[in-house]
Design a protein around this ligand. Structure first.
Ligand SMILES: NC(=O)c1ccc[n+]([C@@H]2O[C@H](COP(=O)([O-])OP(=O)(O)OC[C@H]3O[C@@H](n4cnc5c(N)ncnc54)[C@H](O)[C@@H]3O)[C@@H](O)[C@H]2O)c1
Length: 362
């Protein structure tokens, strides 16, 4: 393939990270940027010195161009429409996390991309952390035996975003959509994406709606805390929790309890914004107890120089060029979306709810 021609839809904060990653690649050109705010894409093109890029106030015009792929960097609510229109226009798609706002949207995005035979990849960059890969290898190796219980979740002591992130219609959910989806991806990926069957969840927003803690408290519509018990296929249970603000330093380690051994992980990073799984893995310990002989083994955390964000963007380009499948397929991330969707329904109804996935979800 000649050079890969890319369009960027949405020109806010994370779009800049996409643009910078593409600029590092000799075989890629960002040829268009679109944003609904008039003039914003033009400013973006100037600021990031994207000399080959045209700017649009409407992504439909961008999709009329001859492009190989698009990066979708809009607020969550617009992931669905822009992704579907991009697939229908024959473009490969890299869409930012979370995949969508509802499960229904995520299903439709996947179906349309499949039918169009185009890549739909979801932007979970921690997949490129070698430690996340090591965790998956340990869980899949059978060393833990039958994994029957998994606990995960990230918590910030103080770390509530503003603007589109706290608007229910634009973001879909709060802490779960913003940071919880990373913890879910960490464990679901390691387990091989078991299907969720039911969810019982509780959400609250004591901090976001309190002007002492949030400057936009009167506009705060989403959850700043969530906890969910998820029954997974294969007799497993997942305890998922996430928080944007709390009077605590951590929501605890991520753990896998198996019939032969247990695995404990802590997130990297420190300070009030730490404790979430977007910044890598801090420690990995294996707990095994053979007939009463207790052994805890620290598994060395792999240090790496990788810019995992750039790796994610690069891998998308590699798939586009090589005609390969999506690196982080929408079909897999559907399960992540299904849990968040189920947790929101369960919390609203005050009871456990079923999760129904289409038969084609593997
Ligand atoms: N992977 C990561 O590390 C990471 C980090 C931050 C944000 N994100 C995700 O990236 C997305 C964007 O976040 P952000 O912080 O850049 O938000 P942002 O608000 O800074 O930027 C979003 C931009 O999209 C534009 N927009 C909205 N609707 C549009 C449409 N239909 N067409 C074109 N442009 C449109 C907005 O005007 C805005 O300029 C969110 O889904 C967020 O969860 C990912």
């Amino acid at each position: 393939m000649r050079e890969v021609r890319i369009g960027i839809i949405g020109s806010g904060g994370i779009a800049a990270a996409h643009a910078k990653a593409y600029k590092e690649m000799d075989d890629v050109k960002v040829v268009a940027v679109a944003d609904v705010i008039p003039g914003k894409a033009t400013q973006f093109v100037e600021n990031l010195e994207l000399s080959d890029a045209r700017a649009f106030n409407n992504y439909q015009e961008l999709l009329e161009l001859e492009l190989d792929g698009v990066s979708i960097c809009t607020p969550n609510v617009a992931h669905h429409r822009t992704s579907i229109d991009s697939s229908l226009a024959g473009k490969h798609v890299l869409v930012e996390k979370p995949m969508a706002v509802t499960l229904e949207q995520a299903i439709e995005m996947t179906e349309v991309a499949k039918k169009a035979e185009k890549i739909l990849s979801i932007g979970f960059q921690p997949r490129y952390d070698p430690n996340m890969q090591a965790v998956k290898e340990i869980v899949q190796s059978g060393k833990l035996g039958n994994v029957y219980y998994v606990e995960t979740g990230g918590g910030r002591r103080r770390g509530m975003p503003r603007g589109t992130f706290i608007n229910k219609e634009l973001a879909g959910a709060g802490a779960m959509a913003d940071i919880g989806c990373y913890s879910l991806d960490l464990v679901l990926h390691a387990l091989g994406n078991p299907k969720p069957l039911t969810v019982s969840a509780y959400t609250s927003n004591h901090f976001g709606t309190n002007p002492v803690y949030h400057p936009e408290a009167d506009q705060f519509e989403v959850e700043d805390f969530a906890v969910a018990i998820v029954r997974l296929e294969g007799g497993k249970v997942l305890n998922f929790k996430t928080s944007w603000a709390m009077h605590m330093d951590t929501l605890g380690a991520t753990m896998f309890l198996g019939t032969s051994a247990g695995l404990k992980l802590t997130p990297a990073g420190s300070g009030p914004w730490s404790g979430v799984w977007d910044g890598g893995i801090g420690s990995i310990s294996l707990f095994h107890d053979v007939m009463g002989h207790h052994v805890d083994s620290a598994i060395p955390v792999k240090t790496h120089q990788l810019n995992i964000f750039a790796e994610k963007v690069r891998d998308f380009v590699v798939s586009v060029k090589g005609g390969k499948p999506a690196p982080i397929p929408g079909e897999q991330i559907l399960i992540n979306q299904a849990i968040v969707d189920g947790a929101l329904r369960s919390a609203a109804q005050g009871q456990e709810v079923r999760i129904d996935l289409p038969e084609w979800v593997k």
